[in-house]
Design a binder for this molecule. Structure first.
Ligand code: 5GP
Length: 194
């Protein structure tokens, strides 16, 4: 998705060979027209998949997931990282290991919102080692729902998450795939003029 790649080139900051900072449009400040275009692109790619729910993890997945849900005409659900006063039981829970923090955390989704009747599109901001996506996939499986696929805004193709999930036979659609962050430069995989 050219619009997104241009934004990454112009505003992304390479913090290390493994980490890209995109807090001007995705991870802190949000660019609504760009998120709308992202939602439209996910909806275009998954329009024939019979999606009934979009699911993500708080907080950075919410903007693209909500826009995809808006265009597809279905609700968007975000898994919560902390239990709250109102979210204490009747939950699906999965453990997500964070390589950056070197710790595991539980994510939870109410059983009210994902059921065996649903066909789910999983959305996230980044795909790195795949642990967040695997946690969400676990929750979709616990609910007995059908997983239509995974939509990622920025995939770091040099980390192993994309391969882990595609090797499970799951469809992964990434709007920008980064092949390298070496030497402070963002390189993308493949030409994409759309
Ligand atoms: P995972 O390794 O589970 O695929 O990535 C987990 C989460 O870490 C992503 O949802 C994203 O929020 C965050 N993350 C991973 N790599 C990056 C990165 O290079 N930049 C930013 N801003 N977030 C990242």
């Amino acid at each position: 998705m050219k619009l997104l790649k241009d934004k990454i080139q112009n505003e992304g900051r390479v913090l290390s060979e493994n980490v890209l900072k995109v807090d001007t449009f995705l991870n802190h400040q949000i660019d609504p027209p760009l998120m709308q275009a992202v939602g439209e692109e996910f909806a275009r790619r998954f329009k024939d998949a019979g999606i009934t729910k979009v699911i993500t993890i708080e907080s950075s997945g919410i903007a693209p997931a909500m826009m995809a849900g808006l265009v597809l005409g279905v609700p968007a659900i975000f898994a919560r990282k902390q239990k709250s006063l109102t979210l204490i039981d009747h939950l699906y829970t999965a453990s997500v290991f964070s390589f950056t923090k070197n710790e595991s955390n539980d994510i939870s989704v109410s059983k009210d919102f994902v059921t065996s009747e649903d066909t789910v599109l999983l959305i996230d901001d980044f795909l790195a080692n795949g642990q967040a996506a695997l946690g969400l996939i676990d929750i979709v499986e616990q609910a007995g729902a059908k997983l239509a696929g995974v939509g990622i805004v920025i995939e770091k193709g040099f980390q192993k998450g994309g391969a882990i999930i595609r090797d499970k036979g799951i469809r992964v659609e990434s709007l920008a795939i980064i092949s390298s962050l070496a030497n402070g430069k963002v390189e993308f995989l493949g030409e994409d003029l759309s």
